[in-house]
Design a protein around this ligand. Structure first.
Ligand code: NAD
Ligand code: ZN
Length: 268
């Protein structure tokens, strides 16, 4: 209820979606250094469910039972069987949507400098984005717990679970489980990007998981404008963010990019 009231104060009834899209495009077109922070919501239209909320993975899986490092180390077979097999299937099938493609276009236009993503699906890179900080690693790669050998997840045969390296060690995904720290290099680069940007687009993240949720706060404290694209309000709404485009990411970005291209006709 508290959050709904805040949203109402930023989006009065007379500010329509069209106006929000235009305002967002204006901020983007005049930005010199934009950064995006993305979460599971940006990949929903690509068929990958988020963790929280309606249809989220947590409706099926208890996070502590499947996505905590202790759970994996105690019973890798169970975590591979129940959770990661399904993840692998989804990630292999998925394709970038208009939100991923829109961010790649903004990078191409020289406006967006960096994407900080909490996602492990690699869809930003598939869309063509070059500078992507993967805060939680990437599920596309696996790493042997014994010898550290890395291999691609698509190349792994899941007839035998858990999958094993030639040395006999068990493979784990190269992503960050709950209970593990963020790789220091990724954390440093993210904090630097957040403090340098004049605009941060926060797309499809519930802004609950730390320390990634703190990046918009750093950006705001450094003078940046924060714009959220999310069908639902978040704890940032009305406190840290200036606008909430309350819409699905792909649908909103498609319209935003059209408008940005209209505002910057000289740019190819
Ligand atoms: P989350 O699951 O906590 O929340 C998802 C957010 O996306 C919600 O705020 C929801 O309102 C919003 N959303 C739902 N549909 C949307 C749409 N079509 N467009 C825009 N927003 C939409 O996501 P999170 O905050 O990123 O969660 C954190 C953890 O989830 C991360 O650590 C990430 O590693 C992990 N995760 C990643 C993937 C992936 O790689 N695709 C998928 C599931 C979870
Ligand atoms: Zn090995």
């Amino acid at each position: 209820m508290r959050e709904v009231a805040k949203v109402a104060s930023i989006i009065p009834g007379n500010i329509r979606m069209e106006t929000l899209i235009k305002k967002t495009a204006e901020y983007i077109a005049s930005s010199k250094y934009a950064v995006a922070l993305t979460g599971a919501g940006i990949s929903v239209e690509s068929g990958i469910p988020p963790f929280r909320g309606k249809g989220g993975l947590w409706e099926k899986f208890d996070p502590m039972e499947f996505a905590h490092i202790d759970a994996f180390m105690n019973n890798p077979k169970k975590v591979w069987e129940m959770f990661m097999r399904e993840m692998k299937g989804m990630l292999v099938e998925s394709k970038p949507n208009d939100a991923h493609l829109g961010l790649a276009r903004l990078e191409e236009l020289g406006i967006l400098k960096t994407i900080i993503t909490q996602n492990v699906d690699g869809l930003h890179q598939s869309a063509g984005s070059k500078d992507v900080i993967e805060f939680h690693g990437n599920f596309a790669w696996l790493r042997c717990l014994e010898c550290g050998h890395r291999c691609q997840t698509v190349d792994i045969n899941l007839d035998h679970i858990p999958p094993r390296c030639d040395c006999g060690g068990i493979y784990r995904p190269d992503c960050v489980f709950f209970g593990e720290g963020i790789p220091p290099n990724e954390l440093d680069r993210s904090q630097q990007a957040a403090s340098q940007c004049d605009l941060m687009l926060v797309i499809g993240t519930s802004a609950i998981v730390q320390p990634s949720a703190f990046m918009p706060v750093i950006a705001k404290q450094s003078g940046a404008t924060i714009i959220e694209i999310n069908p639902e309000p978040t704890p940032l709404t009305g406190t840290t963010s200036t606008l909430l485009v309350q819409e699905k990411a792909g649908k909103a970005m498609r319209q935003i990019i059209t408008e940005v291209e209209r505002l910057l006709p000289g740019k190819k």
